[in-house]
Design a protein around this ligand. Sequence first.
Ligand SMILES: Nc1ncnc2c1ncn2[C@@H]1O[C@H](COP(=O)(O)OP(=O)(O)OP(=O)(O)O)[C@@H](O)[C@H]1O
Ligand SMILES: [Mg+2]
Length: 460
Amino acid sequence: MSKAKEEKPNNVLLAIEDDAGIQKQLKWCFEDYQVVVAGDRETAIKELRRYEPSVVTLDLGLPPDPANATEGLRTLEEILSLAPQTKVVVVTGNDDRENAVKAIGMGAYDFYQKPIDVEILGLIIDRAFRLRALEDENQRLSLNIGEMPLDGVIASSQKMLKICRTIEKVAPTDVTTLLLGESGTGKEVLAKALHNMSPRKDKAFIAINCAAIPENLLESELFGYEKGAFTGAVKQTKGKIEYADGGTFFLDEIGDLPMALQAKLLRFLQERTIERIGGRMEIPIDVRVLCATHQDLKKLIEAGLFREDLYYRLTEITVDIPPLKERDGDVVLIARAILNRCAQKHNKAVKNFTTDALDAMTAYSWPGNIRELENKINRAVIMADGKQVSAEDLELDNELEGQSTMPFNLKEVRESAEGDVIRRAMNYAEGNVSKTAELLGVTRPTLYSLMGKYGIVEVE
Ligand SMILES: Nc1ncnc2c1ncn2[C@@H]1O[C@H](COP(=O)(O)OP(=O)(O)OP(=O)(O)O)[C@@H](O)[C@H]1O
Ligand SMILES: [Mg+2]
């Protein structure tokens, strides 16, 4: 399937109809569209995959048993699971309101009762095409909006926008900056963004992860060594700090830097010169130092594991990166961007999330932050059957499940609040119904009926 075809809503109308006469009639009448016909479920699904029609008309009475809507409803279900954005107009028998309503409940866009009046059916179909085009456009816009306040950083929450402004302000300076944040919150992304906005952007950005390198190797990684400095030092080797000369040096997981090296690093920050292991020469180095950790350095200081003097050297500016769950609205924004990237990577036509999936992602606590979000979506894209990632595909272990996000529908909000208040009053009155009714200002019968409505049982 070509990219262009995937991105633009097409003008294909798939008419699923077993009556050859009506098939012909539809072809004639809807010449503005490319009408493709299918007479049974199997052909319909084949054509759906092939043409990706924007709109489908579906006669619910399909063979093998045209008098019965079973095959039609099954076809509808398959279409919506394979291509959920498709607008399906269900065509039913004259007196088959029940199945029409059922189909709408399953996600059909509209229904139309036979006999066919092409003019009216035409209006419904035109409207379905227009709506589909609008929805596609809307999705395209929401995917492309420039919600990238910094290079590689997607955000729209107040908290993150404030952080981005801080980064912008400190970027042109040379102050040592500490990025604090849980694992996966984007410490490295922000460090790179800072470098890319600094006057050093055309020079090296060198990162070293203090937690990933064994203690005995870390010193030579940082400072380099002279030939013969130790067994195995067969030639003079520059350290990472030296490689970063002129650019930015990023010390990741600084909380894991062993005490002995903390002293050496402190000396470097004061003198701005290094000495390779086994060397006698002081080499001046010009680097901007950034560092990051997910640990609480103050606690490490109290525990005697981190030098206080080094702490003050490193924290000329501290940027506290909030966990993902505290960034209002960012989850969905970042998730959409990741979905696009993963779909391209795996060459899959997955385009968006179901409402359930969006709710589940918003409610989830994301202990692994954006890194976890990436992993979950990557997996879901691989698993997804249709064009949408469902809550199920994401496999979020949602401890908040059922509580989900705040519904927008007023009736739902009212009902959910009502149920909560009754439960609270019940607890307050220690299960006594009369007392609860009194607290709530309703009569006992009213309370009983509300308890029935919300499935609240009386505690003995
Ligand atoms: N605001 C953001 N928008 C888009 N992608 C982001 C954002 N923040 C982080 N990412 C992505 O999330 C992943 C984790 O980010 P990064 O490596 O910067 O986090 P970290 O805090 O250094 O994590 P760790 O503690 O695991 O080292 C990366 O793949 C990064 O591209
Ligand atoms: Mg990192």
